[in-house]
Design a protein around this ligand. Structure first.
Ligand SMILES: [Zn+2]
Length: 495
């Protein structure tokens, strides 16, 4: 061996070592997320829904004193479940019950709307909060009927069962950001429980990075007979609910119609499903909610927080908001109306629960999404992306995609910096974003530049933020001049 070789070898080794040390952080496949993907228990989900259906009705205006029937008994049972989960993890969860008195079009006398909320504080970043929500209340055909049996197995005991199961699974693991599991009330009367929780989050100073609102997630057979147990819909708004006219003008000119933080949260969930859930696909829907209908995520959006709605791929409207009965007209003879547990596909519900659970785990272990993301590069052939670094990140990734592509297509790890130049990537031709990466390889959602894409809470605009306070949006119809309330009354199919 020539004398110089050992020296040369050591130089090469040194160079390799230095190169590795400087390698930018990249997301890694996470065995912990693979384990969570398989963890949700069909037996647990079935036990919860069975118990909730057993309260007869959980209508917001129903009995609150009985221990066996009505919304009060259901709330106390959910509270006891959270407390049992907390005992099993050495008190890792605290349970709060924010509430407020409301009257409104669907609440004729002052009624307390109470949410039951489990909080698992984050270890290193407790002010950053990931919420999973579902609603406890149920209804039948007449929205004011608080006495008839309203099992609400799919709408929305399925969502509450999923969030209790997610709390049980995640209680056994560390989380950097705070996790919140919220069983809301008053949804059917007009999204009151969502309002109570969104206001509570603001009052507590929570930086809500995501609300995953799960409403109607347990049925896999559509009313038309089509079966789909391998797809879940994630609805997200395209532009922020509370952007100002100036912000809207800027966004209209420069882009951002399809890049609200809620939309990039939906993309994040779709990516996680692709990586960890081989038998569940996220179908992103570019809408805030189903056409003409609403859900509690709307209250989070209006408070300036990112939020999505998770809903089964195929709905059966004969199960939703219906008196329990068998059809006896020429059109529906023999149809079993009502939202009973017979309509739940527990294997499907477990897959959707897995999506929520691993999304919460991934978000809470990743650093906060970068803030202050901005672009420069007009009339040059390079694009410059800048951002503010965030605590807990050891690196960042710049992402870009065709302006017509639904998902991010290209990415580049750029190290622990606040600025990157993409050579020969022309600013005009792509949409850009930035994510942060933790030391153990967890990645945040991608942040689109400017107000349009920022995950930071945007101030609620005081005018027009709550146009119809005492109606659920599901009771509004779209007219050429905008959303208008319909007359209240019976609806056979519109939940
Ligand atoms: Zn619902």
């Amino acid at each position: 061996m020539p004398k110089a070789m050992p020296f040369l070898f050591s130089i090469l080794l040194g160079a390799t070592g230095a190169c590795q040390a400087a390698m930018p952080a990249v997301p890694r496949e996470q065995p912990a997320l693979h384990a969570l993907a398989r963890a949700p228990s069909e037996a647990e989900l079935r036990a919860t829904i069975t118990r909730l259906v057993g309260f007869g009705t959980r209508h917001t205006l129903s009995d609150t004193k009985s221990d066996s029937r009505g919304i009060g008994a259901a709330r106390r049972w959910v509270k006891s479940r959270f407390e049992a989960i907390s005992r099993a993890c050495g008190g890792c969860i605290e349970v709060v019950t924010p509430s407020r008195m409301f009257t409104g079009k669907r609440i004729p006398a002052p009624t307390e709307v109470m949410d039951v909320v489990a909080i698992k504080r984050g270890k290193s970043d407790p002010g950053r909060v990931i919420v999973m929500s579902g609603h406890l209340d149920s209804r039948v055909t007449d929205i004011m009927n608080s006495r008839s049996d309203a099992p609400g197995a799919d709408d929305d005991a399925s969502g509450v069962a999923a969030l209790i199961e997610a709390a049980r699974l995640l209680s056994k693991q560390d989380n950097d950001a705070t996790l919140v599991f919220a069983a809301l009330s008053g949804e059917e009367q007009g999204l009151y429980g969502g309002k109570v929780l969104a206001d509570y989050a603001v009052a507590q100073g929570w930086q809500v990075e995501a609300d995953l609102n799960n409403d109607i997630i347990g049925n896999s057979r559509g009313q038309n007979g089509v079966l789909d147990s391998t797809t879940v819909r994630v609805f997200s708004e395209g532009t922020k609910s509370n952007e100002t006219a100036a912000q809207a003008n800027y966004r209209r000119y420069h882009g951002g119609e399809v890049d609200s933080p809620s939309r990039n949260l939906a993309r994040y969930m779709a990516t996680l499903a692709d990586g960890y859930l081989p038998d569940l696909r996220v179908r992103m829907i570019y809408r805030t909610d189903r056409f003409g209908r609403g859900g509690d995520q709307v209250e989070f959006l209006q408070a300036g927080f990112p939020a999505v709605r998770v809903t089964e791929a195929r709905e059966d409207y004969t199960h939703q908001h219906q008196d329990l009965r068998i059809g006896n007209t020429d059109k529906d003879r023999g149809v079993a109306y009502g939202d009973t547990i017979a309509g739940i596909d527990f294997r499907y519900l477990a897959r959707v629960t897995a999506l929520d659970t691993l999304t919460m785990a991934a978000l809470s272990r990743a650093p906060a999404p970068p803030s202050g993301v901005a672009l420069a590069g007009a009339v040059t052939t390079d694009t410059t992306v800048t951002w503010h670094k965030v605590p807990g990140a050891v690196g960042y990734r710049v992402h870009w995609r065709d302006t017509t592509a639904p998902q991010w297509q290209y990415e580049r790890a750029v190290g622990d910096v606040g600025r990157a130049v993409l050579r020969d990537v022309v600013i005009d031709d792509w949409f850009f974003g930035v994510s942060s990466v933790s030391a153990d390889g967890y990645e945040s959602p991608v942040v689109f530049p400017g107000f349009a894409g920022s995950f930071e809470r945007s101030p609620a605009s005081s005018v027009g933020a709550h146009p119809v306070r005492d109606h659920g949006p599901q009771r509004r119809r779209f007219s050429p001049t905008g959303w208008a309330p319909t007359k209240s009354g019976h609806s056979s199919v519109r939940p």
